[in-house]
Design a protein around this ligand. Structure first.
Ligand code: IPE
Ligand code: IPE
Ligand code: MG
Length: 242
């Protein structure tokens, strides 16, 4: 079966999962961690090159302060608890997003986790925290503008490759399969650039309920797609006829 090199997941539906149980929304975020573990394990087992998980968007600050605070604490706790095991699995962990706005204790752990796992050769795992696709494109444009101002780059030399090299996911293959749980069929400012040709898979399951069979279904869906990238089937496959 043809596997994607890079799977990206918008982990949505934690709040609804909790509400259905009469529990506070934060209980859903806690429960979602199990699905995170499972996806990392499965992608490692299948030797998928990269997995990018959307954990907190640049717009999620709009939520009630209490929910935001709990989420941030959960990130810190999850890192403290899971890092040894991730390292043991050979995972290379990175965070994407504007980290300057995060609490210092989270920034410190992120830096330590990235440093510790930097030379690992297993799954390339990206966690998007305070990430927005628009933010990413803006910060890349700013970096290029700085190079131009310094005389190191000419505006005419800026092309897709050069811009992509300044994005948070530079060096990774484009997202090939984008999964969103929770039933909403929207992008919500996730990988705007890298998902240009991603196959989109919307799963009605709420994130804490996401299990191995759901990931398998998404991968089977991907394997069944014909990826034309703007070309025609005939030209792509070299078949006769128009
Ligand atoms: C996704 O679940 C997790 C984050 C955005 C942090 P939600 O919290 O958005 O859950 P729903 O969509 O309200 O059910
Ligand atoms: C997208 O989910 C962000 C994450 C899963 C981290 P949201 O719940 O924030 O998206 P909207 O508000 O439904 O678009
Ligand atoms: Mg949501």
């Amino acid at each position: 079966m043809m596997l994607p090199r890079h799977v990206a997941i918008t982990m949505d539906g934690n709040g609804r999962w909790a509400a259905a149980r009469g529990a506070p929304r934060t209980a859903g975020h806690k429960a979602g961690l199990e699905a995170v573990r499972l996806c990392i394990k499965e992608c490692s087992r299948l030797k998928i090159e990269a997995l990018t998980l959307f954990a907190f968007s640049s717009e999620n600050w709009r939520r009630p302060a209490e929910e935001v605070t709990t989420l941030m604490s959960l990130f810190v706790e999850a890192l403290d608890r899971e890092l040894d095991e991730l390292h043991r699995q050979g995972v290379r962990l990175r965070f994407i997003g504007e980290r300057g706005a995060l609490a210092m204790r989270l920034q410190t752990r992120i830096a330590a986790a990235e440093l510790r796992t930097a030379v690992n050769t297993g799954l390339k795992l990206q966690i998007a925290v305070n990430y927005g696709g628009r933010w990413d494109i803006v910060q890349a444009a700013r970096a290029l503008a700085r190079d131009c101002a310094a005389g190191a780059l000419r505006a005419a030399d800026i092309d897709e490759t050069r811009l992509a090299s300044r994005l948070a996911l530079a060096g990774l293959p484009d997202a090939e399969l984008l999964i969103r749980t929770g039933g909403e069929q929207r992008i919500s400012n996730f990988l705007l650039w890298e998902a240009a040709y991603a196959e989109l898979y919307f799963c009605p399951r709420l994130w804490p309920d996401f299990e191995a069979a759901d990931l398998a279904a998404a991968l089977a869906f991907f394997a069944g797609r014909e990826r034309r990238f703007g070309n025609t089937t005939a030209a792509r496959t070299g078949a006769a006829g128009s």
